[in-house]
Design a protein around this ligand. Sequence first.
Ligand SMILES: Nc1ncnc2c1ncn2[C@@H]1O[C@H](COP(=O)(O)OP(=O)(O)OP(=O)(O)O)[C@@H](O)[C@H]1O
Ligand SMILES: O=C(CO)[C@@H](O)[C@H](O)CO
Length: 552
Amino acid sequence: MAQNQSDLYLGLDLSTQQLKYTVINHDHDIIAEAAVHFDRDLPEFHTTNGAIAEGDVVTSPTLMWVKAIDILLERLSKNTDIKIENIKGISGAGQQHGSVYWNKEGLETLASLDVSRTLEDQLQGAFSVKQSPIWQDASTTSQCRSLENLVGGPQGLADLTGSKGYERFTGNQIAKLYEQNPSAYDATARISLVSSFIASVLLGQLAPVDVADGSGMNMMDIHTHKWIPSILEHCGGKDLQKKLESEPVEGGTNLGAINSYFVTRYGFSSECTIAPFTGDNPATLVSMNLEQGDCVVSLGTSDTMLMYLPEANPTTESHLMSHPTNPEAYMGMLCYKNGSLTREKIRDEYAEGDWTTFNNLLHQAPPGLSNGCNRRGYYYYMQEIIPFAKGFHRFENDIAVDEFTGTKEEVASYNVRAIVESQFLSMKVRTSRMLDTHGKSSDASHLKRILATGGAASNPNLLQVLSNVFNIPVYKKQGMNSASLGGALLAKFAVRRLHGYSGTFEQMMEDEQRDKVAHQLVAEPQAEYTEVYNDLVEGFVRLEQVVIANTQ
Ligand SMILES: Nc1ncnc2c1ncn2[C@@H]1O[C@H](COP(=O)(O)OP(=O)(O)OP(=O)(O)O)[C@@H](O)[C@H]1O
Ligand SMILES: O=C(CO)[C@@H](O)[C@H](O)CO
């Protein structure tokens, strides 16, 4: 099968609030994008922002994701801009860390799907755990400490797997199931990540975990990309190796052709290749085509900061993940649970639920929030990851207050500015700590640009504050769905390799991307404000320590 100008590549992203698709052509132009929104399109699953939270336990109905695949593919097959038979490869991404528990019957059904029935109809009984734990879960602290103790503490676990023990990381979620629900664990034949779950559905059999997403499990050796047997046994007994089936695979691998169900039901080509699906953050990195000195800030449901790292220097404050396309390299990451949803809380409480009002209030408060009184706010609606803190905390001249003082409008504007500034200051402080650790070996110690993405990157007012806090320009790329775009590019890379291409992913991007001026400048640092933020760092860190101490 030769390369053809009419060839198309499909990327899917099963993120927190929606399942999205992006279709690209040979030149990487975006031909179509669409999404199924879980709360709006699938209200029968009763999710809020795609999830069901019961205290620290946060899950999503696995069957909701299955139904979303039915609906998305139906919409794709009806899109007249796309010839579905021209799609040569499919890859994509999933929200990281979440897990899916297949029972034996479920895998058998998957291997023999009936083309006259929907996936939802056929896979109702396929899962031994019906609610998949997702990345917002914070209920496995004891499993985290136990795993760290096994390997000599938090730094020991980070040295082995790239991260210390984190509640949302899949190994700790599996350990909780193993301990607390042995019958469901025993009824589990195989375990998928959210990413490898979608690949499995498309293949009609269990798909392996990809190395970049595998590094979000606390169970994979970050250097060799293999499972660590002693950790597997600790988290899930002797059976866990079997339940994972195979070792993680590198991005761009060909996993096989799409299941005939999708060929007959939707008109895919029987030669359409399925490539490993990765995590949404690694897929975002892939889509960004980084140059030296770039980092990515993704403002989605979670806020994340991503960067390319040539060497492994794991820390207990950031994540080190395997790079999605370069087996020798790494991705550094910071992840905040209180991203868009916590900004929405403040918008709803102080800005009438409207982003324009939110933006107006942002401009009313002085940058740095001083103006005769030093105000500071820390907003953790959900249990935060970094720092490990919870609740809303406000200070005036270093004294904790329940609410800022001022008129109703002033109070509203202080809260709006305080949340935006404190979220970006936290990122700045931790980015420079990560760069200090990697400084000796990394060009990243000289950050030159931020490439912004995610739903909230559509708001230029936020990006202006981001630029001022970091004192570097912020750029954006065409198309809002960077993880599904990254998936489409990974699909193309796998197809090209299947047909003999021996170059790297980066070479493919260099040689075959038509639009070279892909990033647009959206905000530049404003000199009068950047100094303000430099001066704030020390006080920000000091009061954050008070917040952490108060929420232990
Ligand atoms: N104008 C705006 N200003 C600020 N935030 C916005 C704006 N428009 C959308 N958002 C935020 O974008 C969020 C959705 O982002 P996105 O579509 O990237 O989510 P997602 O893909 O489900 O998340 P994730 O990738 O973290 O799983 C919404 O929760 C919303 O708060
Ligand atoms: O937990 C993380 C990353 O570690 C989130 O960013 C999810 O991937 C959802 O987007």
